[in-house]
Design a binder for this molecule. Structure first.
Ligand SMILES: *Cc1c(COP(=O)(O)O)cnc(C)c1O
Length: 406
């Protein structure tokens, strides 16, 4: 028996068009930007592959004209993200690095960036080896030390760049404190919230000017696409960033936009469940005789545990631990896991393991690795959606295998 057909044209659900911000995060992740397709009633919006759009007349512009400047599939993703971040607008890029690069392109020759001393390796490389070519200087400081951040600001400083959870040392900066320092100095504050995710923290609510994500990680969530995003609270800043993005062209393609939008629908669920497993592993690792220390904001032993507890609604799925072992033993442990894949990247349903000194942070100078405590014995894991007990057994056998023999 066929279902009765509704003759009236499909419309977007009433509640999503009235005031979607009244709805809870999880609901918005599923409904905002995913309104019913008016032409077909499809509950999943179509992917628009067109590179160009017919214009109403010569010199007249419709909502869309050329796909680099605007694409309906990308627009919908940006709309979802803006709703989740609580900003005025978002932009989706071809990668996380393209998103960070867009922010740095607001700067001119002779200007200066104050960045965290445990930032993503790629951001370190961009600032030191690429932005430097345009005469932009960078100083690295401990973002958990507000006095040090304030002291590093010069008259030519235009940007403070931090991470909501530092990488790989899991440091937690005080976002409201950083925002106060930035506002006092008239400097833009940007944070990379890839590790934090909008499910656990929304930096715009803490006074941050621009929040960035590698959508490759949690937003996509399945290790099957590359992407990056920026969200901002101020429309003038949005316009400046949009101008740079459109002028330089590193936009997210329609198919990847669809994949990230699909990932967002389960973001909250994934991050909370994976965080629960991470807490379990952190607690177990902290008792392990061959583990020197565990860096996880959820542990009371973490130096910024109290701040993390008040700033985040969960502690995340990223954890670092330091073995009582040398470079070779650490590498062998990383190679001995069976469920945790030895790979860079993070934030997906499958668990990953890596050695920052030889992998994610290999682009740091050896001297900077040493200076900032990125030791050879450090291991970073991204905890996925597998059963926590299976992950624990896997780590247990890998530590035993890797450390044996010395
Ligand atoms: C992966 C990552 C990036 C870069 O993103 P891509 O999508 O790989 O370009 C930036 N910051 C953090 C914290 C990351 O993990």
């Amino acid at each position: 028996m066929s279902e009765p057909q509704d003759a009236s044209p499909p419309e977007a659900a009433e509640h999503t068009t009235s005031d979607p911000q009244q709805l809870q995060f999880r609901t918005r992740a599923i409904h905002v930007g995913n309104e019913i397709d008016p032409q077909t009633g499809a509950v999943v919006p179509p992917i628009h592959l067109a590179s160009t759009f017919r214009q109403p007349g010569a010199g007249e512009w419709g909502e869309f004209d050329y796909s680099r400047s605007g694409n309906p599939t990308r627009s919908r993703l940006q709309q979802t993200l803006t709703s989740l971040e609580g900003g005025c607008g978002s932009l989706a890029f071809s990668s996380g690095m393209a998103a960070i690069h867009c922010v740095t392109m607001l700067l001119e020759s002779g200007q200066h960036v104050v960045a965290g001393c445990d930032i993503y390796g790629g951001a370190y490389r961009l600032l030191h080896n690429i932005c430097s070519r345009s005469g932009i200087e960078v100083s690295l400081v401990d973002m958990t030390d507000l006095d040090a951040v304030a002291a590093a600001i010069r008259p030519e400083t235009k940007l403070i760049w931090g991470e909501t959870i530092g990488n790989p040392l899991m440091t937690i900066p005080d976002l409201a404190g950083l925002s106060a320092v930035a506002k006092r100095a008239g400097v833009l504050l940007g944070v990379d919230n890839t590790f934090g995710t909008p499910a656990l923290i929304r930096p715009l609510e803490h006074g941050v000017d621009v929040v960035m994500h590698s959508a490759t990680k949690f937003l996509g969530g399945h290790s099957d696409c590359l992407g990056g995003t920026l969200s901002v609270a101020d429309s003038e800043l949005f316009d400046r960033l949009y101008y740079v993005q459109n002028a330089t062209g590193a936009v997210l393609d329609p198919f990847s936009s669809f994949l990230v939008a699909r990932g967002l629908k389960t973001l909250d669920l994934r991050v909370r469940e994976q965080s629960r497993s991470t807490m379990q592993l952190a607690t177990w690792l902290e008792q392990h005789p061959q583990v020197r220390r565990v860096l996880y904001p959820g542990l009371p032993s973490h130096p910024q545990h109290g701040l993390a507890d008040s700033q985040f609604s969960g502690f995340g799925t990223m954890l670092c631990f330091e073995l009582e072992g040398d470079f070779q033993q650490t590498a062998r442990v990383c190679e001995a896991t069976k469920l945790f894949h030895l790979a860079v990247s993070l934030g997906a349903v499958e668990s990953l393991i890596e050695q920052p000194a030889s992998m994610s942070h290999a682009s740091y100078d050896a001297a900077d690795r040493e200076r900032f405590g990125i030791s050879d014995g450090l291991i970073r894991i991204s905890v996925g959606l597998e059963a926590a007990a299976d992950l624990q057994s896997d780590l247990e056998q890998a530590i035993a295998a890797g450390m044996a023999g010395g």
